[in-house]
Write a protein that binds this ligand. Structure first.
Ligand SMILES: *Cc1c(COP(=O)(O)O)cnc(C)c1O
Length: 456
């Protein structure tokens, strides 16, 4: 399949891939406390931990970097970014930030209201944290029924929250990271807008993966191009923010974007906080060259040929893994999610099956992934395990970075694991971290011997 759709770019600069030996991997695993966040990147062969800030820039972006305008105020690079955001998304007001969560911090501090509600299809974890930080309540109404648009809002549930709670804000996360990276349809967003208008509630878009989301809308006949779909998605909102480390195709960056400055008081507060926390409004934590690279990257991310390859590479890896019997969640935008709970039925949720699989994958092939299951979900304030959609292992694919060769190597690693999967051990905490425990916790042991090890 991928061979009918080769990458629409060729490689100009290369970065060597580390190739630690099986003995080195075994040592690194034990030294990490069986937590892959503690492993040095020099000991990782293929890094699928995240797609955030890990992609490759184009020659167009690298040349834009050289002409960055580093003026403190009125930088030409800021005006380029502003123009890209206006042309591609229709927002007139742009405020740069160093990454997505900084935009969330400032937006929620300025526009949020203590005790009021935020309803979303599902918020990303940093967004939840910022909403809670300003004392807001969060409600999710994900409707998983649609086979393609698994990130859609459940409209009846949305109405219910708007009637019963004091909701101040609706957030559409496109694509929905916590729902397998699945997209939200334009049809659904139009209905959300109608409901929001009837309750006079504002809509914001979490735009981290808006290009991938727009491609799914376009593929399903909702617009004449991905660009047209992105523009319409944003036209249904009052504003948004973006972690540009995803569909901005840059390694760092973000911004807040608003339709207008009509809410003068809130806008002025936004500017105050921006200057206090991020920097002057024409650079906000970014170098001029960063803003230049971003203004080029936003356009490239919405290119139809790029998106076709991007979505197909995820589908390709998904197909390869299912071919060797690995059960996966339906393919979305930026990652393949493996249902480790289903594949390793001898392990219960509290044994962290996806973490066990992550460690096995590192041991066999030096491949680093992340657990998106009970470990990542963590505990509530009463110490009770928070439930999660499934015991998933996420293989996040950095943009324009790996080739189908690497995907075949990953497939081979899974073939090897499948021969010994019934002996994959449960994991027990040696030390459980209190907050965001998947980053910091360490485990007692992981004794498992694969039938073979891979090396690139
Ligand atoms: C990554 C991400 C964020 C936060 O952005 P950072 O750049 O990591 O701070 C917010 N929302 C979504 C959907 C994301 O994927």
């Amino acid at each position: 399949m991928i061979f009918d759709n080769p990458s629409p770019w060729k490689i100009k600069a290369i970065e060597p891939i580390p190739n630690p030996s099986p003995e080195e991997r075994l040592k690194a695993l034990s030294a990490s406390g069986y937590n892959l966040f503690n492993v040095s990147s020099s000991l990782v062969t293929i890094d699928l931990l995240t797609d955030s800030g890990t992609g490759a820039m184009s020659q167009g972006q690298w040349s834009a970097i050289l002409s960055g305008d580093e003026s403190y105020a009125g930088s030409q690079s800021f005006y380029s970014l502003k123009k890209s955001v206006k042309d591609l998304f229709g927002y007139k007001v742009v405020i740069p930030t160093h990454q997505g969560r900084a935009a969330e911090d400032i937006l929620f501090s300025a526009f949020g209201n203590k005790g009021k509600g935020v309803v979303s299809n599902h918020l990303f974890d940093t967004t939840t944290a910022h909403a809670l930080e300003v004392g807001m309540k969060v409600f999710s109404c994900l409707d998983k029924k649609d086979k393609v648009f698994g990130g859609n809002f459940d409209l009846a549930l949305l109405e219910k929250y708007l009637k019963e709670e004091e909701v101040e804000l609706i957030v559409a996360t496109v694509t929905c990271n916590s729902a397998g990276g699945l997209p939200v349809s334009l049809k659904n967003l139009r209905a959300v807008k109608k409901i929001a208008d009837s309750h006079s509630v504002k809509i914001w878009i979490d735009m981290a993966r808006i290009a991938e989301n727009s491609y799914f809308q376009y593929l399903n006949g909702e617009g004449k191009s991905p660009k047209a779909c992105a523009l319409e998605t944003c036209s249904l909102s009052d504003g948004g923010w973006m972690s540009s480390k995803k569909d901005g195709l840059v390694n760092i960056g973000g911004f807040i974007a608003l339709k207008d400055k009509k809410n003068k008081e809130k806008y002025e507060r936004l500017v105050e906080l921006e200057i206090l926390k991020e920097g002057f409004i024409t650079y906000g934590g970014l170098a001029g060259r960063d803003m230049n690279a971003l203004s080029v990257g936003l356009g490239e991310a919405l290119d139809e040929r790029y998106l076709k390859h991007r979505i197909n590479e995820i589908k390709f890896l998904h197909t390869q893994l299912e071919e060797v019997g690995v059960p996966c969640v339906d393919p979305g935008g930026h990652a393949v999610y493996i249902d480790a709970g289903k594949w390793l039925p001898h392990l219960k949720s509290e044994d962290f099956p996806a973490q066990s699989l992550a460690l096995a994958l590192y041991l066999v092939g030096g491949i680093r992934t992340s657990e998106i299951g009970s470990l990542c979900a963590g505990r509530d304030n009463d110490g009770k395990q928070i439930s999660c959609p499934g015991e998933y292992l996420r293989l996040a694919i950095p943009r324009r970075t790996y080739t189908s060769d690497h995907f075949m190597y990953i497939k081979r690693a899974f073939e090897i694991i499948s021969k010994n999967k019934d002996s994959l051990p449960k994991l027990k905490f040696q030390k459980e971290a209190k907050k965001l425990r998947h980053f910091q916790s360490i485990f007692e042991d992981f004794s498992w011997t694969p039938s073979k090890y891979l090396n690139l």
